[in-house]
Design a protein around this ligand. Structure first.
Ligand code: DC
Length: 229
């Protein structure tokens, strides 16, 4: 059967990764969470003292990029691939609010984007892939057969992210999570290189008032119509 490329872009905490994982599992496709890659570079920069609350050494980050090795390793018990940074599983560490607070600054750097985009394009060479991020339909796979741009209100998205972090035992306040969502929206949509923008041929999906099942069925039907076309 024909394989296609599915690009899911949109604002933070719109449920892109949940939808992407479900679609990939259903279609037998590879799922790639590109946000995890930007988060892992951020963690690297934090460990190396390249970025902290007070300073960010952009030049050192650019020079250190050859030392950043990112891999997705499939975890059969979870049913999806986990992010490994230089051989270490960092899946848990990259999801903290501390990393979320710095990741948009790292994602603004063109050299970082060029390295990650190249790796993402290599992963998608064979098609049969669902990739989520901010620039997948515009930059990484401008010829993807199916492009979805996901959005929901900032309050709805912050509530989802807050519930997730609390369930993991993180000590966060709703106000801090909302502030982070709004700040990342601003930086992601205003950066010079590959800003978050809906591709002209992407379908807009506002899921503020949609259940996960409704959303999944709608996008799956679209994917199947492209696969059978
Ligand atoms: O999807 P996420 O929230 O885990 O992504 C974290 C950050 O990474 C997001 O705020 C912006 C950046 N990002 C990006 O610039 N381009 C992508 N393709 C994916 C993520």
């Amino acid at each position: 059967m024909k394989k296609i490329t599915i690009a899911l872009d949109g604002f933070s905490s719109t449920g892109k990764s949940t939808l992407a994982k479900e679609l990939a599992a259903h279609l037998g496709y590879v799922y790639v969470d590109t946000g995890a890659m930007y988060r892992a570079v951020t963690l690297f920069a934090m460990h190396e003292g390249i970025i902290d609350a007070a300073h960010f050494d952009v030049e050192k980050l650019i020079q250190s990029l050859p030392d950043v090795r990112l891999e997705f390793v499939f975890n059969p018990s979870l049913g999806f691939a986990e992010m490994f940074l230089n051989g270490q599983n960092v899946e848990r560490q990259i999801r903290t609010l501390e990393v979320s607070n710095k990741v948009s600054l790292i994602a603004e750097i063109s050299e970082v984007r060029a390295k990650l985009v190249q790796q993402q394009q290599e992963m998608g060479e064979q098609k049969g892939i669902v990739m989520d991020g901010r620039d997948i339909g515009t930059v990484v796979f401008p010829n993807a057969e199916l492009k979805i741009f996901m959005t929901a209100s900032a309050q709805t998205r912050a509530q989802r992210r807050f519930d997730e972090l609390v369930a993991k035992g993180d000590d966060v306040t709703f106000e801090d999570v909302l502030k982070n969502v709004e700040e990342r929206d601003y930086i992601d949509t205003h950066r010079d290189d590959s800003p978050l923008v809906k591709a002209a041929d992407a379908l807009l999906l506002d899921n503020s008032n949609m259940t996960k099942v409704e959303q999944f069925e709608r996008v799956l039907a679209l994917a199947q119509s492209h696969i059978l076309a």
